[in-house]
Design a protein around this ligand. Structure first.
Ligand SMILES: Nc1ncnc2c1ncn2[C@@H]1O[C@H](COP(=O)(O)OP(=O)(O)OP(=O)(O)O)[C@@H](O)[C@H]1O
Ligand SMILES: CC(C)(CO)[C@@H](O)C(=O)NCCC(=O)O
Length: 306
């Protein structure tokens, strides 16, 4: 019996590794466009999975009721190595309106250089124990401890990320890696939240969904992004997060098997004749799919969305 498996692949890696897979494993990818897959993944989740989207503010997670008839338009901010901002108007209807190269890769890359830590988890762990005020220059540092209330800035607002390092007379080694990691996480998350809001404003979008593997359900990251969106929108816009934020592209590629008919898909037990891979530029991540062969010579996949 001969088995032909055509894996769906999305992201830059679908292109970057296509020849390698063909040469070494004899496998051809079915390439799915990255942006299209991201949007497909989010739409699938929002329409199919209960309690998928939530807000996170002041340590409180609140699930958001999604009205399927009033879902669009929204802004999707996908934070991977870089950041893509996509205005979504419907199934398959979207436009990438902006992006920034200051993303998860910047956090991890700079973090490795500045703290010598080896992995994302290590860097995050460090950031949990740090205090950004040691390195960040606050409004109060500039204004002698007081707020600049006339323009809406409290004394504890960050005036300049890493600004204290200008005149502290310290070398990198004199700072605790925990504090450096904390400032870095705050700087990146804050910046993304601000750019996201400005783009939402450009197009009059009230809802902003944040996804990508950078978020990973991390409270400090989500809190910083939420505060940035809240601050810049003066409470008008809300940052929303997704429970399955790290698998958007792979899910979108998966749902595209059925000719984009997401509505026919249920989050449990799909019978498909193919497999999926989510390929970023430098690594592969399998969506948690279990598979076994059944008598009709198909691969039975079930996704566990918990
Ligand atoms: N265990 C981990 N190992 C590496 N990076 C991680 C890990 N957990 C979270 N991250 C963060 O996720 C980012 C990568 O996210 P993701 O895989 O969604 O994007 P990507 O596909 O590599 O990038 P892009 O969307 O720009 O192509 C990293 O830059 C890092 O900040
Ligand atoms: C290049 C991609 C789309 C690859 O996923 C992503 O890393 C990204 O959106 N980077 C930001 C590029 C920019 O808009 O400045």
């Amino acid at each position: 019996m001969v088995w032909y498996i055509i894996p769906k692949a999305t992201g830059g890696g679908a292109f970057k590794f296509a020849d390698l897979f063909k040469e070494k494993l004899g496998i051809l990818f079915d390439k799915e466009d990255e942006m299209c897959s991201l949007v497909g993944g989010v739409n699938f989740l929002l329409k199919t999975v209960p309690r998928e989207a939530f807000t996170y503010l002041d340590g409180q997670k609140k699930f958001v009721e999604i009205d399927h008839n009033d879902l669009y338009p929204y802004l999707l901010v996908n934070i991977g190595s870089g950041v893509s901002m996509i205005k979504v108007d419907g199934d398959g209807k979207y436009e990438r309106i902006s992006g920034t190269s200051l993303g998860g890769g910047t956090f991890l890359g700079l973090g490795k250089l500045l703290t010598k830590c080896k992995s994302f988890d290590e860097l995050l762990e460090l950031s949990h124990h740090g205090n950004n005020r040691v390195i960040d220059m606050l409004v109060g540092d500039i204004y002698g401890g007081t707020d600049y209330s006339k323009i809406g800035l409290s004394s504890t607002a960050i005036a300049s990320s890493f600004g204290k390092a200008i005149s502290d007379g310290k070398e990198l080694e004199d700072y605790q890696p925990e504090d450096v990691a904390r400032s870095l996480l705050r700087m990146i998350s804050n910046n993304i939240g601000q750019i996201a809001y400005l783009n939402a404003l450009r197009f009059g979008l009230k809802r902003i969904f944040f996804g990508g593997f950078f978020i990973r359900g991390l409270e400090y990251t989500m809190d910083t992004i939420s505060v940035a969106v809240h601050f810049w929108s003066r409470g008008e816009a809300k940052a929303m997060f997704l429970r399955h934020e790290g698998f958007l592209g792979a899910l979108g590629a998966f749902t595209s098997y059925n000719d984009q008919s997401h509505n026919d898909l249920k989050p449990h037990h799909h019978t498909v004749q193919r497999a999926i891979l989510n390929c970023s530029g430098h690594n592969f991540r399998h969506i948690p799919v279990t598979s076994n062969l059944n008598e009709s010579e198909t691969i039975e996949c079930s996704i566990n969305l918990v």
